[in-house]
Design a protein around this ligand. Structure first.
Ligand code: GAP
Length: 486
């Protein structure tokens, strides 16, 4: 791991952002827990996504760059679905990685990660390079976690923890159309846990076995699907830059024709230069895919395969569908044009944990600032966007007497009542308290000092510019609210 990644992992643990799961028992590889600050940060990431995709979306006007106006709704679907969902979607047969085992040390590696993995017996070498290594040929390994539903054991009761949230939207397409007033084009959004039995979980939370996705399925007329693909591709890239990720560290990479899924007209990944990668390398934050009518057709007719240029239902040895679809009519009837068609889908699929990690990595900063005695000291601070910062304001009485704690407690109460995430801290010298807040990314500190009693003002300090301004106590809540939304 690089030095900066080590520092970030250490800060995450020290400050209560992210902990190794079940750490007191030695940890469970590929699973992570969010501590008090991490929980707030990740909640803010989710909330920013959901607000920007659903709650703040105005279906009466076309947003800038959109081909036309559209509706957005949310759903929350189960982690476990009917096993036929995964057979028709292709996950049952195709959702695997190639793995290699070492017969000597029993370690397991992803075949395509061998050149970047360490031999457990001799970490300076890659698997297969040490004399004692005895690697098997690559074999398929399905990434879906199996579980048993009810009292039935064996195949009959077998179900899978969902490896993506997307299928919950596809199988509910008809329910949403029938139960709400949405008309095509519209999107169904969902945030929720997904599970993948990754062979080699690694790079902190980047590749985990349990993680959270923020996915949206956008249903549109086939003739307009390319325009919508371009719109979502650009809009999703802009979401990360709007929340503070520098364009130097973020790329939008179009998949080459060889990388495209057989049903896809186009896919682009939003990728970030994570510090655990080599310079010039990027890791996927989000994929934006044009999926055609693949998903709705699969759930109507059965699992599809490519036959020349066409998608056809895959047959078994007897010429019958290998996996039958639901048989339900998932076509859409446009009552304006009187046309019935199977919508095309554009899917922006993001990871909440990867986005959270990228925001932390991007925010991590070090500089030199004078301490209380005017001596230069190194400072670690998180330049988190105010929308994402777990704590928005810290309220600090300069000293614990002369009425300062009481005034500060009143400001704290007013901020709480306004629903602004804040903390109250009267322990230690003021410089140390500022550092504490800088390190967790709090954008503003309010200090009540000796002048407050006479001028009824407090000092508001900005984390990034370190600028300090005097603001009337009565105006603090509105002022902070304005700054948070600036
Ligand atoms: N429905 C499409 C889909 O699931 P994906 O590219 O496999 O596409 C979407 O996943 C996003 O989910 C990824 O861009 C990534 O942010 C997140 N993700 C996928 N696997 C992950 C893992 N093992 N750990 C953490 N996040 C993951």
């Amino acid at each position: 791991m690089t030095t900066s990644m080590e520092k970030i992992v250490s800060l995450c643990k020290r400050k209560g952002f992210i902990f190794q799961n079940s750490e007191i028992y030695g940890g469970q590889n590929g699973f992570w827990d969010y501590g008090p600050l991490g929980t707030e940060l990740k909640r803010n990431v989710r909330q920013a996504w959901y607000q920007d995709m659903v709650t703040r979306h105005n279906e009466l006007v076309a947003p800038a760059g959109a081909p036309k106006k559209f509706s957005m709704v949310g759903v929350e679907t189960s982690l476990i679905m009917h096993p036929q969902v995964w057979k028709c979607s292709g996950h049952y047969d195709l959702f695997h990685d190639m793995m290699v085992d070492c017969r000597t040390c029993k370690a397991r590696f992803r075949a395509d990660h061998i050149s970047t993995s360490q031999c457990p017996q001799k970490p300076s070498k890659h698997p297969g390079e040490h004399d004692a290594c005895a690697l098997t040929d690559p074999r398929e390994f399905n990434l879906m976690f199996k579980t048993i539903v009810g009292a039935l054991s064996g195949e009959e009761g077998t179900a899978y923890l969902r490896p993506e949230t997307a299928q919950g939207m596809f199988v509910n397409f008809k329910n949403v159309v029938d139960s709400s007033r949405v008309k095509i084009p519209f999107g169904i959004a969902q945030i929720g846990k997904s599970f993948r039995n990754e062979i080699t979980p690694r790079n902190f939370t980047f590749r985990s076995r349990e993680f959270e996705q923020m996915e949206m399925e956008f249903f549109c007329h086939p003739s307009q699907s390319r325009e919508w693909y371009t719109y979502w591709r650009d809009r999703r890239y802009a979401w990360y830059t709007d929340l503070g990720i520098s364009g130097d560290n973020l790329i939008l990479r179009d998949h080459t024709p060889e990388e495209l899924a057989h049903y896809s007209v186009g896919t682009a990944d939003v990728e970030y230069a994570f510090p655990f990668l080599e310079p010039g390398e990027y890791g996927e934050l989000e994929g934006v895919a044009h999926r055609g009518d693949f998903d709705l057709r699969s759930h109507m007719e059965g699992k599809l395969v490519k036959d020349g240029d066409q998608l056809v239902v895959e047959s078994n040895d007897e010429g019958k569908p290998l996996y039958r679809g639901s048989g339900k009519d998932l076509t859409y009837f446009d009552d304006q044009t009187r046309e019935r068609f199977l919508p095309h889908v554009i899917e922006p699929a993001a990871g909440a944990d990867r986005a959270t990690l990228a925001f932390i990595c991007e925010a991590y900063s070090e500089d030199e600032q004078p301490n209380d005695k005017g001596q230069m000291q190194s400072r670690v601070y998180l330049r988190l966007h105010p929308r994402l910062a777990p704590i928005k304001v810290a309220v600090l009485p300069l000293i614990k007497k002369n009425g300062m704690p009481e005034t500060a407690a009143g400001i704290y109460q007013a901020l709480k009542e306004a629903g602004i995430a804040c903390v109250y801290d009267q322990q230690a010298a003021i410089g140390r308290r500022y550092r504490r807040q800088d390190e967790i990314g709090t954008p503003f500190c309010i200090t009540v000092d000796g002048d407050t009693a006479s001028d009824n003002c407090a000092t508001l300090r900005d984390r990034d510019s370190l600028e300090q301004v005097r603001i009337p106590v009565a105006e603090l809540v509105d002022d902070v609210r304005r700054r948070l939304h600036a």
